[in-house]
Write a protein that binds this ligand. Sequence first.
Ligand code: SAH
Ligand code: DHB
Ligand code: MG
Length: 221
Amino acid sequence: MTEENWRRVDDYIAAALISEEEAQEETLAVNARENLPAIDVSPPQGKLLHLLAYAIGARHILEIGTLGGYSTIWLARAVGDGGMVVTFEVDPRHAEVARDNITREGMSARVDLRVGPALAMLPLLVAERPEPFDLTFIDADKPNNAAYFAYALKLSRPGALIIVDNVVREGAVADPSKTDGGALGARALFEAVAAERRVEATAVQTVGAKGWDGFLIARVT
Ligand code: SAH
Ligand code: DHB
Ligand code: MG
């Protein structure tokens, strides 16, 4: 039960089920060359996001935390021509790398990349009265997860999905002795979702190339 085994299985899954064209190896290579932290979703996770978006016919997607655009591109491929992914990134250097990747992958017409702290920019998005979002992927600074969830809910259509990355953090979510920002942010998110009558939700633990973590998945009723 080691990370090495989990990675081997992720490689196996990707080799079997994810085509080279889908896998975006160039995006991951560029991100590594530009010294971005290697905290993109894994290829099987990226494809899961893509399949969920595709399954609900998502045309309008909100993402918080772009990094190099790896998850953004998986999502943008699901929305089709005329669809849009609005994605927030606080780090201008990450955003610059993401913009290049998104353009190279032919997705720039489907991506609205906004640079700045998401919590400060979300009120501006609300004020624009955008078409309601079909899916939100929250994957930025973990202490703000509950606040991002509240914005996602405000901006969602009934039936929309809200997916939050990194809610398990090697089990820290359920370990009261862990009081770092990630663990506290994850617990605050679970409490907020549990108290929210307008969603039904679950969370699933994951192991793989990104270690032991998990997604929370909520459906807006
Ligand atoms: N979703 C990406 C990974 C995101 S990593 C993928 O799977 O490919 C988290 C990103 O959130 C980092 O790039 C970080 O700079 C960004 N971030 C952190 N705090 C933020 C904030 N307050 N507002 C917007 N982005 C933020
Ligand atoms: C971190 C952030 C992520 O989004 C992730 O998937 C893994 C790690 C981090 O900030 O450590
Ligand atoms: Mg993440």
